[in-house]
Write a protein that binds this ligand. Structure first.
Ligand code: HEM
Length: 463
């Protein structure tokens, strides 16, 4: 079985392949191994053997829902103390997954999305006010920081009617600091032997407990405020659905404890990865003025002089959307997902897997496979997503949102929000890079460009 899967040649008895590896950059590290070892390989870390898969054929086979399902393991399982059986971290067999999925899915329908659009525009207006002030003062903007402010406010406002006041604070909201703390801690748990974790991460574990308590408190306050105020009336948002909606068939409702886990899940999953995706896209736009010009021309053409683009006008930004897809191709901000065998099977006709055996799909490498993306796979070029290229590409080769029943429930939400915001920013600013910035990527389970700052210029032409 596994002995046929290539692995790195050198091993130390306890530390495994992690030694010398960027313990803080496991995913970028795995990309280096992937290039050396091929489309399927394994790495051992502290008694755990992880099989990585990135070849297109193998990844497509793992997408077969009849034989494989989501595996809650490695990084995702480390988040269980924070969000337990919330939608993202629930085991497939836990009843709260189906219940919450069915209750919340209508919150992501087309009609619901059209309702969020106006709130998204409003939050984007707070970002552009903030950026206008920076431009007037000739100050560079902190891109990941401001994208995090934007996406946190967007999910808090649309999903929960809550305002964190992110743009009125010079530092990130403590909710974000606590969240980053728990994500970083979950990632670090993968880099030490489990039995030694209580000692090696003693200080960090205490901080983590405090971070979780802070997240819980924030969410409890938010839920209490809503219960006191009663529902929001009308269509209702995600929180109303959690509090008031019974399952359409079974009549069951989410428990108070589960609602707590869902609210944290959505506040975190609903902003962190979108923030990274927007940040990478802005980095590439600043580095590729030709792409920015083409995207800007599209915004001018499609939106004209309308001050507030309507819901329908966002999906019409086809090229802006390709910029976003291309950024998610090179840096899928949720960089991997795990799949397990539902029963004994043979992966891609070659690798036998027992029931429950699992592999990690290394999305970032799947997205750079030259056999799929051609010799220019490493280059940023939104034309990788032009209609002809998309038609001729094999299925399951672009997977930034995961796959199957457990794929991202917020995909349309994220794409709408990010396309809208890129359109608004392109229309308003020239995005000027800092000349000596080199892209560095921080990892805390998710990916984010580190230290990215941009200067904002005035539009030289207006459409
Ligand atoms: C699941 C990526 C935005 C909520 C996932 C998964 C991926 C992903 C890869 C599957 C994980 C796995 O298989 O283990 C992304 C990316 C985003 C994004 C790259 C932005 C660019 C959002 C937003 C929301 C959200 C905006 C909510 C508003 C969720 C939830 C799940 C999920 C709740 C778990 C779904 C389930 O298991 O039923 N996401 N996501 N995500 N995402 Fe997203």
């Amino acid at each position: 079985e596994l002995h046929r899967v290539p692995r790195p040649p050198y091993r130390l008895p306890l530390l495994g392949d992690v030694v010398g590896a960027g313990r803080r950059a496991p995913m970028q590290d795995s990309l280096r191994y992937a290039r050396r070892l091929g489309p399927i390989f394994r790495r051992r870390a502290f008694g755990k053997e992880i099989v990585f898969v990135w070849g297109a054929g193998l990844a497509a086979d793992l997408a077969d829902e009849a034989r494989f399902a989501k595996h809650v393991g490695v990084g995702v399982a480390n988040l269980r103390p924070v969000v337990r059986d919330g939608l993202f971290t629930a085991y497939n067999h836990e009843p709260n997954w189906q219940l919450a999925h069915d209750v919340l899915a209508p919150g992501f329908s087309r009609e619901a999305m059209a309702g969020y659009h106006v709130m998204m525009l409003d939050v984007a207006g707070r970002l552009t006010d903030h950026w206008d002030r920076a431009r007037a003062a000739d100050r560079a903007v902190d891109v990941p920081g401001d994208m995090t402010r934007l996406t946190l406010e967007t999910i808090a406002r649309t999903g929960f009617g809550h305002d964190f006041g992110s743009f009125e604070r010079s530092r990130l909201h403590p909710f974000v600091t606590a969240m980053i703390g728990t994500l970083t801690y979950a990632q670090r748990l993968n880099t030490v032997p489990a039995p030694l974790a209580p000692w090696l991460l003693r200080g960090a574990s205490r901080r983590n407990t405090a971070d979780i308590a802070y997240l819980d408190r924030t969410v409890d306050d938010l839920v209490r405020a809503r219960r006191t105020a009663g529902g929001r009336g009308g269509e209702g948002d995600l929180l109303d659905r959690m509090l008031d909606t019974a399952h359409p068939e079974t009549g069951e409702r989410l428990s108070a404890e589960n609602i707590r886990r869902q609210v944290i899940t959505f506040l975190v999953a609903g902003h962190e990865t979108t923030s990274g995706a927007l940040s990478f896209a802005l980095h590439y736009l600043s580095r590729h003025p030709d792409v920015a010009a083409r995207a800007r021309a599209e915004v001018d053409r499609v939106w004209g002089h309308t001050k507030a683009p309507g819901y329908e006008q966002v999906a019409k930004l086809r090229y802006v959307r390709r910029v976003l897809d291309e950024s998610l191709r090179l840096w899928p901000t949720a960089p991997a997902f795990a799949r397990e065998a539902r029963a004994d099977t043979v992966l891609d006709g070659t690798h036998p897997m027992r029931r429950g055996a699992w592999a990690l799909v290394l999305t970032g490498m799947l997205h750079r496979d030259p056999e799929v993306w051609g010799p220019e796979a490493e280059r940023f070029d939104p034309d990788h997503f032009d209609a002809k290229a998309v038609r001729s590409r094999a299925p399951h080769t672009f997977k930034p949102f995961g796959t199957g029943a457990r794929a991202c429930i917020g995909r349309q939400f994220a794409l709408h929000e990010a396309t809208l915001v890129l359109g608004l920013l392109l229309r308003r600013y020239e995005l000027l890079p800092e000349p000596d910035y080199r892209l560095r990527v921080t990892e805390r389970l998710t990916l984010m460009p580190e230290g990215l700052r941009l200067r904002l210029g005035r539009r030289t032409t207006t459409g």
